[in-house]
Design a protein around this ligand. Sequence first.
Ligand code: BES
Ligand code: ZN
Ligand code: ZN
Length: 483
Amino acid sequence: MKIELKNKKIKDIDAQLELIFVVNKDLDHTFIADKKDLKKLNFKGAQDSTCLMAQSDRLYIGVDSLESFNLRSAAAKAIKAIKSTSYSTLKVASYIDQDESSIQAMIEGFVLGKYSFEKYKSDKSKNRVETITLSTQCFNNQKVDITKANAAIVTAKAIATSTNFTRDIVNTTPDDCYPEVMAEIAQALAKKHGLGCTVLKPNEIKEQKMEALLAVARASRHKPRVIHLTHKPKKPKAVVSIIGKGLTYDSGGLSLKPSDFMVTMKADKSGGSAVLGIMRAVAKLDLPIEVHGFVGAVENMIGGDAYKPDDVLVAKNGKTIEVRNTDAEGRLVLADVLCYAQQEVKSDYIFDLATLTGACVVGVGEYTSGVMSNHAKPTNLLLKASQDVSGELATKLDFNKYLKGTLKSNIADICNISNTRYGGAITAGLFLSEFIDEDHKDKWAHIDIAGPAFVEHEWGENPVGASGAGVRLVVAALQSLVK
Ligand code: BES
Ligand code: ZN
Ligand code: ZN
């Protein structure tokens, strides 16, 4: 989809359809030429509601305010509203309140809203929108800075197409996307965007003593991979490592999931897929930060060779783990990959992204990620980047010493599950914390994306299925480091 800025009045731009945002239900605004008809149709301009006027070739979309969060979602709804029409060229005015960030949000909304996953459909629906022309004419007559507006478009496209890239990987079935395929995707990405890429195969993973990861992987016919992507600009302003849980399928292992819970577990690779999307965006934006992306790509299956409840595993850092539930596998994979990432890179920030616990979804709802850490700094960086800036919802979950005590094991250093059924998102985070070195303790934050990564209905600018959760959040956090 082509998106261009034209220094022309909206009426002087050629396009088949004009998009008009109805801001704060103000139907008296001069832009609203069809006021009478809109009233007849009882269109009030509620947030995300749309009204297509085919006679006048105008589409109206309600938006409560010009805050990015609202504009992004409304823009996505606009694109969805004309999905099955034949309109292919659109024009829209600028909607700026304070700065050009609202342009970024609107363009993100268009690109994210146009996404649909149809790889396995025989009849592909066609969203025909090919070009969106943005006019520099602003709805409140504010002057638009052309350089800043063009930069906002470039940024929006990089972030939104990278989110869509992640969505595609997550939506792909476990039979088509297994660890080896994830590694191939990473290698192709590196080649295309000038990133460094190393892939560890089972022998190398063994050499690195990542025995917890290997145990989880053992029963699958698909062998594991550990992926390391690098973006290394000259004179970086910071060094950041991002680690993703890439469970290409989570059957639960011998602690087998009930059938209803197993469906959607292709999305257990969402953290790793987000890391790939983040690296794509970082490369496209050429951020002046050294960024390392690590993915533990593994399939958790059953079989005669499966790892078992009662096993004791030795993680890369030498800690012993009593396995009491093979469905708490993500933390075992992450434990080793976190150790590996810290061995390879000294970072200013370490973030991990994982669909780690159902408890996080129960606790904060399916639209929000849970952020946990031992220190306010990395958490605050992420929380500041959420909501308005990135469009993603995230909330803090606090660690405490009592929950930490629930991970004690009688026979090993730590258990892979806690002895209480409460606070499962936090105890999983506390488990990971055991694999963070002393000198990285205040630099690390864990992001549980189990809720928003995959939702089986549309919400905001997100489609049914994979949302690409984590990509926009972490990219916004990285951008804030260099602003
Ligand atoms: N991948 C799941 C977590 C999950 C659940 C993600 C629902 C998305 C939606 C994870 O590996 C898991 O199974 N966790 C267990 C942990 C338990 C055994 C302590 C869970 O959440 O039930
Ligand atoms: Zn599991
Ligand atoms: Zn899992």
